[in-house]
Ligand binder design. Structure first.
Ligand code: F6P
Length: 343
């Protein structure tokens, strides 16, 4: 078989580990492996591909990012992009493995419904694809947040300040919640469980009244300004596929300004931004990217197109692209309550 692999959407540490797992598995069975460059864009117009042989797959397990490149491309503007991709896949490949988040896997589902031989692999540091307990990139992002909080603790303590850290997460709070838990945050604000500015002010004030000389607050980028007493800007910038770029609202800066005004405590803010998506993947991400990549190859061999390997109860099992993209997986209440025990 001639098997194509593409990475699309936001990059994440672990992508190369997944590409390596799929590629090495297929090569060992004598198949041809082709890397499709820059996500779906590599299938539009002139095919942009590269041979993935053993030398090309050597030394990439520990490399962050994606050797294939990733470009967010709106296949519906101009119209006809999806159909072009479908035609390219059917013409050029016996199977394609698409590694991506909700946007990528939704396109893969559309293609599978029309007979494309395609399998997905779940990747997003947001960790909020449905059905799966885990998405490639999440563990590394959590480790980066925890390490950042360790660093913020020393400077907050030295200056007796309140420090606010804004994390990624688009519309959910997985990175903020688990990164905050791992880093010992004193308060965590996520979209799933809205709090008011009064709630935050009261908590921080109570902490300081009981002797704390500094506090660390973590807030996810997708938290609504309205819930914190602010006003949502009307004309927010969007990415190439039309999705709101929540970071442009600077909710972390807003929260820090409000806290300083309302408590009188010196307050500063830090936005972790793309540091959460950069650098070498953690061992956990390498292991799960490898497990999910091998499972995706096995799905190709079984002709299980339209499926995507997921993690359930620690095992890797097969789900449908339709189910995985049907909804966003929110942080459950019991997990947020676990975090809140340590506020
Ligand atoms: O979906 C992953 C993610 O990193 C989100 O957490 C973030 O809001 C978004 O991608 C940023 O997208 P872009 O890389 O297009 O700026």
């Amino acid at each position: 078989m001639r098997i194509g692999i593409l990475t699309a959407g936001g990059d994440a540490p672990g992508l190369n580990a997944a590409v390596r797992a799929i590629g090495r598995s297929a090569l060992s069975d004598g198949h041809e492996v082709v890397g499709i460059e820059d996500g779906w864009a590599g299938l539009l117009g002139d095919l942009r591909v590269r041979t993935l042989d053993r030398p090309a797959l050597a030394g990439i397990l520990q490399e962050g990012g994606t050797l294939l490149g990733s470009v967010r491309r709106d296949l519906d503007h101009p119209a006809g992009g999806r159909e072009q991709v479908l035609a390219s896949i059917n013409k050029e490949f016996d199977a394609v493995v698409a590694i991506g988040g909700d946007g990528t896997l939704s396109v893969a589902e559309w293609l599978a419904q029309r007979g494309a031989p395609i399998v997905g692999v779940p990747k997003t540091l947001d960790n909020d694809l449905a059905e799966t307990e885990y998405c490639i990139g999440f563990d590394t992002a959590v480790s980066i947040v925890a390490e950042a909080l360790d660093r913020l603790h020393t400077t907050a303590a030295s200056h007796h300040r309140v420090l606010v850290l804004e994390t990624m997460g688009r519309s959910t709070g997985w990175v903020a919640a688990l990164g905050g838990l791992a880093g010992g945050a004193d308060y965590i604000v996520i979209p799933e469980f809205p709090v008011t500015m009064d709630d935050v002010v009261e908590h921080i004030t109570r902490r300081h009244a009981s002797g704390s000389s500094f506090s660390i607050v973590v807030v996810a980028e997708g938290v609504s300004l309205t819930s914190l007493g602010g006003v949502e800007p009307l004309d927010l910038p969007t990415d190439a596929v039309g999705r709101v770029q929540w970071a442009s609202r600077s909710v972390g800066h807003f929260l820090a300004d409000q806290l300083q005004q309302r408590t009188g405590y010196e307050t500063r803010s830090t936005v972790l931004g793309y540091l959460q998506r950069g650098g070498s993947p953690s061992a956990h991400d390498r292991i799960y990217a490898t497990r999910l990549g091998v499972a995706a190859y096995e799905a190709v061999c079984a002709g299980a197109f339209g499926s995507v390997p997921i993690v359930r109860n620690g095992d890797v099992v097969r789900a449908s692209l339709a189910d995985v993209t049907a909804s966003v997986r929110a942080v459950p209440r019991d997990l947020y309550e676990l975090c809140a025990r340590f506020f």
